[in-house]
Design a protein around this ligand. Sequence first.
Ligand code: CO
Length: 133
Amino acid sequence: MLTRIDHVGIVVHDLDASLKTYCDDLGFRLLQRVSIPEQMVEAAFLDAGNGTIELIAPTDESSGTARFLQNRGEGTHHICFEVDDIAAALETLRGQGLRLIDETPRQGVHGLVAFVHPKATHGTMIELLQKHE
Ligand code: CO
């Protein structure tokens, strides 16, 4: 059902500073930088060969990402897996009693997305992604 890892999401304080580290020092290539106003974040996607890295920085102190930073500091925030049919995947997970953050898929940067609660998955939030055609 979860067919492959699409990206690993990492929350950071400062997107420019993190891009300097990941691109200049670690050698990753920037694919895309986007603002996601409804989530109050800015994100950058880096080419990691068999997947991407998503660096995420809050643009507002009231965002969930800002709360994550306050509580846990910078670091891995979620792992995103690609699915063929996100509605069917959510239905299956719900049937298994897994706690979901999103009961229905919503529009993400690269397709339809939904998050599974980290308490349901031993501490790591999982993002499901059904890519745009
Ligand atoms: Co993501």
